[in-house]
Design a protein around this ligand. Structure first.
Ligand SMILES: Cc1ncc(COP(=O)(O)O)c(C=O)c1O
Length: 385
């Protein structure tokens, strides 16, 4: 795909970036001081400047296990492998479950890294559909139709990027039942765990699965607003002991790169257990306020069909190209919006869903208000008369 999203020079309007899934870009969603202090403490004591176990520091693995255990899915330190960001966890999970030539099922729309890592390793991806009209639930019939003898796992991302969706407990149980029918393990990318809006409930796949082994992928990036710290992990949830080889495989693969940066690993127990508990709900409420504002405003613009988000950082907006006089596609829409209005969004084509755009709503509220005005002006200017 060739795209020309070049930031124009000479347009007097200020640039509004609604493109990057990074909560730190504007400084308004701040990392709590206690999280920063936890790392400073470790740097100052100079005790964690060396190498550590390739699967992560024992204290950090134990803290993650304690924090992310649920009554139905207790974890121990041995169930955790710390990685360089959640991207590292995606890499390990795919490589441990698939060999070159195997097939895995990934969501469409979905985070492009899955396909990038899989194809680099020679793993084929088949994309199962998410249904926009059902807030991007999985099209279970389509998912089932893709399963064949070569299929080695199903990758699910919940809450979702780029969809902003959060699956109900019933839907998660349906997905697990399908995986169980075909004896397929699940990779659950849960990097946005608990980052759901007031009124929504988040459920881990591992908490709801009895038979199907789950590799749950998570990290500090989004929940503590520190994507640059590059801390992620794989949590092995395997109630029936089916993953003995996978467990060993993960440990072997972790040795290829000597893990994530050690002073930050050393700070993990403090970060997870000494962060003000109000930080999280406050951030979620801010995100919900931003998301629902943009959703409401864009719902009133002819030619745009936003899908109500339930979680994390993302709003998907359908583009009804038939209503516009000179907009051919989501890519065309994104390019012209940037050139004329200085609003930067990503076309859905980046996530395998043409005729949608993805908005990230971490920007300060005033910028979102201004962007809503610019969207309305842009669409009305390009409307068919
Ligand atoms: C769904 C999803 N998984 C994984 C990642 C990678 O996370 P990290 O920055 O910790 O590597 C991202 C980052 O945006 C993401 O959106």
């Amino acid at each position: 795909m060739i795209m020309q999203l070049v930031i124009p020079t000479g347009n007097p309007k200020s640039l509004i970036r609604l493109s990057l899934g990074d909560p730190t870009v504007f400084g308004n969603l701040d990392t709590p001081d206690s999280v920063v202090d936890a790392v400073i403490k470790q740097l100052k004591n100079k005790k964690n400047n060396g190498y550590t176990h390739s699967a992560g520091m024992p204290e950090a693995r134990a803290a993650i296990a304690k924090k992310y255990s649920t009554p139905n899915a207790p974890l121990t330190a041995n169930d955790i492998v710390i990685t360089s960001g959640c991207s590292g966890a995606v890499d390990l999970a795919i490589k441990v479950l698939c060999n070159p030539g195997d097939k895995m099922l990934i969501p469409s729309p979905g985070f492009s890294l899955y396909q990038t890592i899989a194809s680099h390793f020679g793993v084929r991806c088949a994309q199962y559909k998410l249904i926009p009209e059902k807030q991007f639930e999985v099209d279970l019939k389509h998912l089932e139709s893709l399963i064949d003898d070569d299929t080695k796992c199903i990758l699910i991302n919940n809450p979702g990027n780029p969809t902003g969706s959060n699956f109900s407990k019933a839907h998660i149980l349906d997905i697990i039942a399908l995986a169980e029918k075909y004896c397929l393990p699940i990779i659950a990318d849960e990097i946005y765990a608990n980052q759901v809006f007031p009124g929504q409930e988040f459920h881990y796949f591992g908490e709801l699965s009895k038979e199907v082994p789950i590799l749950s992928l998570n990290g500090l990036a989004k929940q503590y607003c520190v994507p640059g710290w590059r801390i992620g992990w794989v949590a092995i949830q395997d109630k029936q002991d089916r993953f003995k080889n996978v467990r060993n495989g993960l440990l072997s693969l972790s040795q290829l790169i000597m893990g994530a940066t050690t002073p930050i690993q050393a700070a993990i127990p403090d970060i997870l257990f000494n962060t003000d508990p109000s930080f999280y709900p406050t951030m979620n409420s801010t995100l919900a306020k931003h998301a629902l504002f943009l959703y409401d405003k864009l719902s009133q613009v002819s030619g745009l069909v936003p899908i109500k988000p339930q979680a994390c950082l993302y709003l998907m907006v359908g583009i009804d190209v038939n209503k516009f006089s000179d907009i051919k596609s989501d890519v065309d829409f994104s390019e012209k919006l940037l050139q004329e209005e200085m609003v930067f969004v990503l076309p859905g084509t980046c996530f395998s869903i043409p005729n949608f755009i993805r908005l990230v709503y971490v920007a300060p509220f005033e910028q979102l208000e201004e962007s809503a005005v610019r969207f309305a002006d842009f669409c009305s200017r390009h409307m068919k008369k």
